[in-house]
Design a protein around this ligand. Structure first.
Ligand code: NAD
Length: 336
Protein backbone atom coordinates (compact mmCIF):
# COMPACT_ATOMS: atom_id res chain seq x y z
CA UNK A 1 0.00 0.00 0.00
CA UNK A 2 1.05 3.59 -0.52
CA UNK A 3 0.93 5.31 2.86
CA UNK A 4 1.19 9.05 3.48
CA UNK A 5 2.89 9.71 6.82
CA UNK A 6 2.43 13.23 8.19
CA UNK A 7 5.13 14.21 10.70
CA UNK A 8 7.17 11.22 9.52
CA UNK A 9 10.53 12.87 10.23
CA UNK A 10 9.71 13.02 13.96
CA UNK A 11 10.46 10.59 16.77
CA UNK A 12 7.57 8.13 16.46
CA UNK A 13 7.00 8.80 12.75
CA UNK A 14 10.56 7.87 11.75
CA UNK A 15 10.31 4.57 13.66
CA UNK A 16 6.93 3.89 12.01
CA UNK A 17 8.50 4.55 8.59
CA UNK A 18 11.09 1.82 9.27
CA UNK A 19 8.36 -0.70 10.14
CA UNK A 20 6.18 0.33 7.18
CA UNK A 21 9.05 -0.03 4.71
CA UNK A 22 10.12 -3.34 6.24
CA UNK A 23 6.51 -4.57 5.89
CA UNK A 24 6.62 -3.81 2.16
CA UNK A 25 4.64 -0.56 2.10
CA UNK A 26 5.50 2.45 -0.02
CA UNK A 27 5.96 5.57 2.11
CA UNK A 28 5.50 9.26 1.37
CA UNK A 29 6.42 11.61 4.23
CA UNK A 30 5.34 15.20 4.67
CA UNK A 31 6.80 17.24 7.51
CA UNK A 32 7.43 20.96 8.05
CA UNK A 33 10.57 20.05 10.08
CA UNK A 34 9.44 22.34 12.92
CA UNK A 35 10.55 19.70 15.43
CA UNK A 36 12.68 17.32 13.41
CA UNK A 37 15.52 17.00 10.93
CA UNK A 38 15.41 15.50 7.46
CA UNK A 39 18.42 13.40 8.46
CA UNK A 40 16.10 11.09 10.40
CA UNK A 41 14.69 9.99 7.06
CA UNK A 42 18.15 9.43 5.54
CA UNK A 43 18.79 7.16 8.52
CA UNK A 44 15.48 5.35 7.90
CA UNK A 45 16.61 4.71 4.32
CA UNK A 46 19.98 3.51 5.61
CA UNK A 47 18.34 1.07 8.09
CA UNK A 48 15.83 -0.35 5.64
CA UNK A 49 17.60 -0.04 2.28
CA UNK A 50 14.35 1.38 0.89
CA UNK A 51 13.57 4.80 -0.50
CA UNK A 52 11.07 7.32 0.89
CA UNK A 53 9.52 10.24 -0.93
CA UNK A 54 9.85 13.31 1.28
CA UNK A 55 8.20 16.71 0.94
CA UNK A 56 8.81 19.65 3.25
CA UNK A 57 5.18 20.63 3.66
CA UNK A 58 3.15 22.33 6.36
CA UNK A 59 -0.37 21.01 6.96
CA UNK A 60 -1.50 24.62 7.16
CA UNK A 61 -0.58 25.02 3.46
CA UNK A 62 -3.72 23.54 1.97
CA UNK A 63 -2.82 24.42 -1.61
CA UNK A 64 0.39 22.35 -1.48
CA UNK A 65 -1.37 19.60 0.44
CA UNK A 66 -4.01 19.39 -2.25
CA UNK A 67 -1.33 19.28 -4.95
CA UNK A 68 0.40 16.41 -3.16
CA UNK A 69 -2.81 14.37 -3.18
CA UNK A 70 -3.29 15.19 -6.89
CA UNK A 71 0.26 14.06 -7.67
CA UNK A 72 0.15 10.78 -5.72
CA UNK A 73 -2.45 8.09 -5.41
CA UNK A 74 -2.58 7.46 -1.64
CA UNK A 75 -4.27 4.47 0.03
CA UNK A 76 -4.07 5.45 3.70
CA UNK A 77 -2.74 8.22 5.91
CA UNK A 78 -0.95 7.97 9.25
CA UNK A 79 -1.25 11.36 10.91
CA UNK A 80 1.57 12.05 13.38
CA UNK A 81 2.14 15.74 12.60
CA UNK A 82 1.48 18.00 15.54
CA UNK A 83 3.03 20.04 18.30
CA UNK A 84 3.38 18.03 21.51
CA UNK A 85 4.69 20.10 24.41
CA UNK A 86 2.20 20.44 27.26
CA UNK A 87 4.12 23.38 28.77
CA UNK A 88 4.39 25.23 25.46
CA UNK A 89 0.68 24.69 24.80
CA UNK A 90 -0.19 26.46 28.06
CA UNK A 91 1.97 29.46 27.11
CA UNK A 92 0.87 29.58 23.47
CA UNK A 93 -2.51 27.84 23.14
CA UNK A 94 -3.44 29.43 19.82
CA UNK A 95 -0.34 27.99 18.15
CA UNK A 96 -1.51 24.55 19.31
CA UNK A 97 -5.12 24.98 18.19
CA UNK A 98 -3.98 26.42 14.85
CA UNK A 99 -1.31 23.83 14.15
CA UNK A 100 -2.90 20.69 15.56
CA UNK A 101 -6.62 21.31 15.04
CA UNK A 102 -6.63 23.50 11.90
CA UNK A 103 -3.79 21.47 10.38
CA UNK A 104 -5.79 18.27 10.95
CA UNK A 105 -8.99 19.79 9.51
CA UNK A 106 -7.01 20.78 6.38
CA UNK A 107 -5.73 17.23 6.07
CA UNK A 108 -9.18 15.64 6.52
CA UNK A 109 -10.66 18.13 4.03
CA UNK A 110 -8.09 17.31 1.37
CA UNK A 111 -8.44 13.58 2.07
CA UNK A 112 -12.21 13.90 1.59
CA UNK A 113 -11.74 15.78 -1.67
CA UNK A 114 -9.45 13.04 -3.01
CA UNK A 115 -11.60 10.22 -1.64
CA UNK A 116 -8.85 8.93 0.68
CA UNK A 117 -10.79 7.75 3.72
CA UNK A 118 -8.42 5.48 5.63
CA UNK A 119 -6.72 7.14 8.56
CA UNK A 120 -4.64 6.28 11.62
CA UNK A 121 -4.43 9.19 14.05
CA UNK A 122 -1.85 9.74 16.82
CA UNK A 123 -3.84 10.44 19.94
CA UNK A 124 -2.52 10.31 23.48
CA UNK A 125 -3.23 8.94 26.94
CA UNK A 126 -3.33 12.58 27.99
CA UNK A 127 -7.02 12.56 26.90
CA UNK A 128 -7.83 10.67 30.15
CA UNK A 129 -6.82 13.68 32.26
CA UNK A 130 -6.21 13.20 35.97
CA UNK A 131 -8.38 10.16 36.51
CA UNK A 132 -7.44 7.53 39.10
CA UNK A 133 -9.60 4.76 37.65
CA UNK A 134 -6.91 2.28 36.70
CA UNK A 135 -6.12 0.53 34.46
CA UNK A 136 -7.23 2.97 31.79
CA UNK A 137 -9.61 1.54 29.21
CA UNK A 138 -10.69 3.12 25.95
CA UNK A 139 -14.18 3.82 27.34
CA UNK A 140 -12.93 5.82 30.34
CA UNK A 141 -14.28 9.39 30.41
CA UNK A 142 -12.13 12.01 28.68
CA UNK A 143 -10.91 15.23 30.24
CA UNK A 144 -7.83 17.17 29.27
CA UNK A 145 -5.90 19.40 31.62
CA UNK A 146 -4.13 21.59 29.07
CA UNK A 147 -4.49 22.94 25.51
CA UNK A 148 -2.31 20.15 24.04
CA UNK A 149 -4.60 17.48 25.52
CA UNK A 150 -7.67 19.43 24.37
CA UNK A 151 -6.37 19.45 20.78
CA UNK A 152 -6.25 15.63 20.91
CA UNK A 153 -9.80 15.39 22.29
CA UNK A 154 -11.05 17.91 19.69
CA UNK A 155 -9.44 16.03 16.82
CA UNK A 156 -10.91 12.74 18.07
CA UNK A 157 -14.34 14.42 18.18
CA UNK A 158 -13.91 15.87 14.70
CA UNK A 159 -13.07 12.37 13.49
CA UNK A 160 -16.19 10.97 15.15
CA UNK A 161 -18.36 13.61 13.42
CA UNK A 162 -16.61 12.92 10.12
CA UNK A 163 -17.27 9.20 10.42
CA UNK A 164 -20.91 9.81 11.47
CA UNK A 165 -21.37 11.97 8.38
CA UNK A 166 -19.83 9.42 6.01
CA UNK A 167 -19.44 5.75 6.94
CA UNK A 168 -16.97 5.21 4.14
CA UNK A 169 -14.32 6.53 6.53
CA UNK A 170 -12.19 4.01 8.40
CA UNK A 171 -10.47 5.72 11.30
CA UNK A 172 -8.25 4.32 14.02
CA UNK A 173 -7.17 6.62 16.83
CA UNK A 174 -4.23 5.24 18.77
CA UNK A 175 -3.85 6.64 22.27
CA UNK A 176 -0.15 6.28 23.06
CA UNK A 177 1.08 5.97 26.60
CA UNK A 178 4.71 7.10 27.16
CA UNK A 179 6.92 6.33 24.17
CA UNK A 180 10.55 5.61 25.09
CA UNK A 181 13.71 4.03 23.67
CA UNK A 182 15.09 4.07 20.18
CA UNK A 183 15.68 1.78 17.22
CA UNK A 184 18.14 -1.00 18.11
CA UNK A 185 20.52 0.21 15.37
CA UNK A 186 21.15 3.40 17.35
CA UNK A 187 20.59 5.36 14.12
CA UNK A 188 17.19 6.92 14.92
CA UNK A 189 15.80 8.07 18.25
CA UNK A 190 14.28 10.95 20.17
CA UNK A 191 16.04 14.26 19.49
CA UNK A 192 14.47 16.82 21.83
CA UNK A 193 15.33 20.45 21.28
CA UNK A 194 16.54 22.16 24.44
CA UNK A 195 16.14 20.52 27.83
CA UNK A 196 14.20 17.26 27.49
CA UNK A 197 10.67 17.12 28.94
CA UNK A 198 10.64 13.34 29.09
CA UNK A 199 12.30 11.13 31.67
CA UNK A 200 14.55 8.81 29.64
CA UNK A 201 16.06 11.50 27.36
CA UNK A 202 16.70 13.50 30.53
CA UNK A 203 18.42 10.56 32.27
CA UNK A 204 20.43 9.87 29.09
CA UNK A 205 21.64 13.47 28.96
CA UNK A 206 22.68 13.30 32.62
CA UNK A 207 24.50 10.04 31.84
CA UNK A 208 26.45 11.63 29.00
CA UNK A 209 27.26 14.73 31.08
CA UNK A 210 25.13 17.30 29.23
CA UNK A 211 22.93 17.77 32.31
CA UNK A 212 24.14 17.75 35.89
CA UNK A 213 21.54 15.66 37.66
CA UNK A 214 18.02 14.37 37.45
CA UNK A 215 15.36 16.02 39.62
CA UNK A 216 12.73 13.53 40.74
CA UNK A 217 9.53 15.52 41.19
CA UNK A 218 8.09 14.21 44.45
CA UNK A 219 8.66 10.99 46.39
CA UNK A 220 5.48 11.07 48.45
CA UNK A 221 3.02 9.69 45.91
CA UNK A 222 0.90 6.66 46.80
CA UNK A 223 3.16 4.20 44.94
CA UNK A 224 5.60 1.45 46.02
CA UNK A 225 8.55 3.89 46.25
CA UNK A 226 6.71 7.23 46.38
CA UNK A 227 7.58 8.30 42.82
CA UNK A 228 5.08 8.58 39.94
CA UNK A 229 4.22 5.49 37.94
CA UNK A 230 3.70 5.61 34.18
CA UNK A 231 3.14 3.11 31.40
CA UNK A 232 6.23 3.37 29.18
CA UNK A 233 6.12 1.71 25.78
CA UNK A 234 9.09 1.11 23.48
CA UNK A 235 8.89 3.25 20.34
CA UNK A 236 9.57 0.21 18.12
CA UNK A 237 6.62 -1.65 19.66
CA UNK A 238 4.56 1.50 19.18
CA UNK A 239 5.68 1.76 15.55
CA UNK A 240 4.61 -1.87 15.00
CA UNK A 241 1.18 -0.95 16.40
CA UNK A 242 0.76 1.25 13.33
CA UNK A 243 1.35 -1.70 11.01
CA UNK A 244 -1.37 -3.60 12.87
CA UNK A 245 -3.63 -0.55 12.57
CA UNK A 246 -2.98 -0.14 8.83
CA UNK A 247 -3.82 -3.83 8.34
CA UNK A 248 -6.97 -3.45 10.45
CA UNK A 249 -8.17 -0.64 8.14
CA UNK A 250 -8.55 -3.31 5.40
CA UNK A 251 -11.38 -4.89 7.39
CA UNK A 252 -13.38 -1.61 7.28
CA UNK A 253 -13.60 -1.20 11.05
CA UNK A 254 -15.40 2.17 10.99
CA UNK A 255 -14.15 4.34 13.83
CA UNK A 256 -12.19 2.59 16.54
CA UNK A 257 -9.86 3.63 19.33
CA UNK A 258 -7.04 1.66 20.94
CA UNK A 259 -4.75 2.36 23.87
CA UNK A 260 -1.15 1.46 23.08
CA UNK A 261 0.84 0.73 26.22
CA UNK A 262 2.36 -2.28 27.92
CA UNK A 263 -0.08 -2.40 30.83
CA UNK A 264 2.91 -2.34 33.23
CA UNK A 265 3.54 0.73 35.30
CA UNK A 266 7.09 1.72 36.24
CA UNK A 267 8.01 4.41 38.73
CA UNK A 268 10.63 7.10 38.15
CA UNK A 269 12.96 5.23 40.54
CA UNK A 270 12.31 1.94 38.70
CA UNK A 271 13.39 3.60 35.45
CA UNK A 272 16.41 5.24 37.03
CA UNK A 273 17.57 2.00 38.69
CA UNK A 274 17.02 0.01 35.52
CA UNK A 275 19.00 2.54 33.44
CA UNK A 276 21.88 2.32 35.93
CA UNK A 277 21.89 -1.48 35.93
CA UNK A 278 21.39 -1.96 32.17
CA UNK A 279 24.17 0.45 31.28
CA UNK A 280 26.39 0.14 34.34
CA UNK A 281 26.39 3.87 34.96
CA UNK A 282 25.46 5.94 38.02
CA UNK A 283 22.92 8.76 37.59
CA UNK A 284 23.11 11.57 40.15
CA UNK A 285 19.65 12.68 41.24
CA UNK A 286 17.90 14.85 43.76
CA UNK A 287 14.34 14.80 45.09
CA UNK A 288 12.39 17.96 44.26
CA UNK A 289 8.85 19.12 44.98
CA UNK A 290 5.83 17.61 43.23
CA UNK A 291 4.94 19.09 39.83
CA UNK A 292 1.41 20.48 39.53
CA UNK A 293 -0.83 18.16 37.50
CA UNK A 294 1.12 14.93 38.14
CA UNK A 295 -0.93 11.97 39.33
CA UNK A 296 0.25 8.92 41.33
CA UNK A 297 -0.06 6.43 38.53
CA UNK A 298 -1.24 5.95 34.96
CA UNK A 299 -1.24 2.72 32.97
CA UNK A 300 -3.46 1.06 30.43
CA UNK A 301 -5.38 -2.15 30.09
CA UNK A 302 -3.84 -3.27 26.77
CA UNK A 303 -6.54 -5.95 26.22
CA UNK A 304 -8.50 -4.30 23.41
CA UNK A 305 -5.43 -3.67 21.23
CA UNK A 306 -4.43 -7.28 21.88
CA UNK A 307 -7.79 -8.82 20.99
CA UNK A 308 -8.77 -6.58 18.06
CA UNK A 309 -5.45 -5.44 16.58
CA UNK A 310 -3.43 -8.51 17.53
CA UNK A 311 -0.85 -6.11 18.96
CA UNK A 312 1.05 -6.29 22.20
CA UNK A 313 4.28 -4.74 23.40
CA UNK A 314 7.22 -7.16 23.47
CA UNK A 315 10.02 -4.93 24.72
CA UNK A 316 10.51 -4.15 28.40
CA UNK A 317 12.24 -1.80 30.78
CA UNK A 318 15.77 -3.08 30.08
CA UNK A 319 15.25 -2.63 26.33
CA UNK A 320 13.97 0.94 26.93
CA UNK A 321 17.07 1.85 28.91
CA UNK A 322 19.64 0.06 26.76
CA UNK A 323 18.29 1.44 23.46
CA UNK A 324 17.86 5.01 24.78
CA UNK A 325 21.46 4.99 25.98
CA UNK A 326 22.85 3.53 22.73
CA UNK A 327 21.09 6.27 20.76
CA UNK A 328 22.39 8.96 23.14
CA UNK A 329 25.97 7.65 23.08
CA UNK A 330 26.09 7.25 19.31
CA UNK A 331 24.43 10.64 18.71
CA UNK A 332 25.39 12.93 21.60
CA UNK A 333 23.98 15.95 19.73
CA UNK A 334 21.03 14.17 18.15
CA UNK A 335 20.90 14.55 14.37
CA UNK A 336 23.21 17.59 14.32
N1 NAD B 1 6.14 11.45 22.14
C1 NAD B 1 5.13 11.40 22.99
O1 NAD B 1 5.35 11.39 24.21
C2 NAD B 1 3.70 11.30 22.50
C3 NAD B 1 2.73 10.75 23.35
C4 NAD B 1 1.41 10.69 22.90
C5 NAD B 1 1.08 11.17 21.63
N2 NAD B 1 2.05 11.71 20.84
C6 NAD B 1 1.66 12.23 19.53
O2 NAD B 1 2.32 11.49 18.52
C7 NAD B 1 2.63 12.32 17.41
C8 NAD B 1 4.10 12.19 17.09
O3 NAD B 1 4.85 12.53 18.26
P1 NAD B 1 6.44 12.55 18.26
O4 NAD B 1 6.87 12.26 19.64
O5 NAD B 1 6.97 11.75 17.14
O6 NAD B 1 6.67 14.11 18.00
P2 NAD B 1 7.70 14.83 17.04
O7 NAD B 1 7.65 16.29 17.36
O8 NAD B 1 9.02 14.15 17.08
O9 NAD B 1 7.04 14.57 15.61
C9 NAD B 1 5.98 15.36 15.11
C10 NAD B 1 6.39 15.81 13.71
O10 NAD B 1 5.35 16.61 13.16
C11 NAD B 1 5.96 17.71 12.46
N3 NAD B 1 4.94 18.76 12.39
C12 NAD B 1 4.39 19.47 13.41
N4 NAD B 1 3.47 20.32 12.92
C13 NAD B 1 3.42 20.14 11.59
C14 NAD B 1 2.66 20.73 10.52
N5 NAD B 1 1.79 21.72 10.75
N6 NAD B 1 2.87 20.31 9.26
C15 NAD B 1 3.77 19.33 9.00
N7 NAD B 1 4.53 18.74 9.95
C16 NAD B 1 4.35 19.14 11.22
C17 NAD B 1 7.20 18.05 13.28
O11 NAD B 1 8.18 18.73 12.54
C18 NAD B 1 7.66 16.66 13.72
O12 NAD B 1 8.57 16.11 12.80
C19 NAD B 1 2.21 13.73 17.79
O13 NAD B 1 0.93 13.98 17.24
C20 NAD B 1 2.13 13.66 19.31
O14 NAD B 1 1.20 14.58 19.83
C21 NAD B 1 3.35 11.76 21.23
Amino acid sequence: MRILVTGGAGYIGSHACVELLESGHEVIVIDNLSNSKEMSLSRVKEITGHDIKFYTLDLLDKVKLNQLFSDHSIDSVIHFAGLKSVAESIVNPLAYYRNNVSGSVNLFDVMTKHNVKNLVFSSSATVYGLTDSLPLKENCPLSAENPYGRTKIMIEEILRDLHDSDNAWNIISLRYFNPVGAHASGRIGEDPSGIPNNLLPYISQVAIGKLKQLTVYGNDYATHDGTCIRDYVHVVDLAKGHISAIEKLDSHPGLVIYNLGTGNGYSVMDMLGSFERANNIAIPYTIGPRRPGDIDASYTDPGLAMSELGWQANLGIEDFCRDAWRWQQDNPNGYE
